[in-house]
Design a binder for this molecule. Structure first.
Ligand SMILES: *Cc1c(COP(=O)(O)O)cnc(C)c1O
Length: 400
């Protein structure tokens, strides 16, 4: 059998943004205005996200990595503190703890949802308590847009006294038990990413949400050089209106007005984008039902944002994963791998982690393959993904 070669025009990426003329107009309007940064659009964007999620405060920043960093700083993570997260995530979920000189560790994933496993977390906490090594913060990651078992994780946080940062980079617009992710019902802080492959975009961009005014205040300060301006926050009051104080060592993590304008315009379409993703998800589940692969399953009682469509190859095809990946790419299907387990990266190996430490994440990594999923993907393109995937899997099955 010969496999088709793709032309550049027909390449279907695993994810991409949807930008319409309203988005473009919103950005152009800002470019013609007086403020390109620190103007009125950023507070409007933050308020719109508070209204959408129900959170008390929102801080817009340069990207989700910056949001995770200020979240860790606000929770006063430092040397000798422990932070736990999922190994099946992008690097930032763990790096943010290391930015603060804390120690990082991981909790293995549930092999069905690929999310941090609440049962494994409970076991690890019981053990850590005996050792006197409990974490200060746990960072669950809502993988592929499907919320983690937040009620269970939250209950554990009360028993073992840790804080929770949700890495909801995949889950903008998702819901858990009838509350939007971002409402911080079961967490201290929730972080979103607006990178172009995510659910809505601001090009680069991120947001930290919280219901705790003290955390909001600290995050805003860390995102803006560690400075404050509000009279009631100053240690030296009665100065002029020019006066600001640096109270901590902070960063310039600000978002621009153009990004906030794009984000506001995108937010108006968020629920529509997710509805389209659900149609595409169901269509894939129908189209791919008779292939010898494991399809992603959705849990009851929550509404996924469906950032990804991660399939797993069957055991007998897993050793061909690299060749299948290359073959699909060369035929114009932009599959991707989510994720290389963080602890297997050379940097993390140098910190002492070893292959075999988190077997569920490692086994999942060996067989996973994310198929294209984004709101402007067409049913015809999904049909073509199905055809190409089906032929490619048969090709490699016949090889054995
Ligand atoms: C994309 C992503 C990030 C980082 O987001 P940026 O906005 O690119 O910094 C962090 N965590 C997860 C799970 C992500 O998918």
């Amino acid at each position: 059998m010969t496999l088709n070669k793709a032309t550049e025009a027909s390449f279907i990426p695993y994810g991409k943004q949807s930008i319409d003329s309203a988005d473009i107009d919103a950005v152009v309007e800002v470019l013609k205005s007086d403020f390109l940064t620190q103007g009125p659009v950023i507070p409007a964007f933050e308020k719109a996200f508070c209204d959408y999620t129900g959170a008390h405060s929102a801080i817009a920043v340069a990207n989700a990595t910056a949001a995770l960093h200020i979240a860790c700083l606000a929770l006063e993570i430092g040397e000798n503190d422990l932070v736990w997260t999922s190994p099946n995530s992008f690097l930032s979920s763990a790096n943010c703890a290391l930015f603060c000189n804390a120690k990082i560790d991981f909790v293995d994933i549930d092999p069905h949802t690929y999310n941090l496993c609440a049962k494994k977390l409970a076991e690890k906490l019981a053990f850590a308590e005996r050792e006197g090594k409990l974490p200060k913060v746990v960072i669950p990651v809502h993988f592929a847009g499907q919320p983690c078992d937040m009620q269970e994780i939250h209950a554990l946080s009360l028993r073992y006294n840790f804080s929770i940062i949700e890495d909801a980079s995949h889950a903008v617009g998702a819901s858990y038990r009838d509350k939007k992710i971002g409402a911080c019902e079961y967490s201290d802080i929730c972080v979103f990413s607006f990178h172009p492959v995510k659910i809505i975009t601001t090009a680069e961009g991120g947001l930290a949400l919280t219901n705790k005014p003290a955390l909001a205040h600290k995050m805003r300060k860390f995102a803006c050089h560690g400075t404050v301006r509000e009279e009631n926050q100053l240690s030296d009051r009665g100065q002029g209106s020019w006066y600001y104080e640096q109270q901590s060592l902070g960063y310039n993590y600000r978002m621009t007005e153009m990004q906030a304008a794009l984000g506001l315009s995108q937010l108006a379409k968020l629920d529509h984008f997710i509805a389209l993703r659900h149609q595409l998800f169901e269509n894939y589940s129908r189209l791919l039902a008779d292939l010898d692969i494991h399809l992603p399953k959705l849990k009851e009682g929550l509404h996924s944002a469906l950032h990804l469509y991660p399939i797993c190859l069957s055991t007998k095809l897993t050793h061909h994963r690299k060749a299948i990946f290359q073959s699909l790419r060369s035929q114009g299907i932009g599959v991707q791998i989510h994720y290389i387990p963080i602890h297997t990266q050379p940097y993390y190996q140098n910190l002492g982690f070893r292959r075999g430490d988190f077997p569920n994440a490692e086994n999942y990594y060996e067989c996973c393959l994310s198929l294209p999923l984004y709101s402007s993907l067409s049913f015809e393109q999904q049909e073509s993904v199905k055809q190409t995937l089906g032929q490619t899997l048969s090709h490699f099955t016949d090889l054995d």
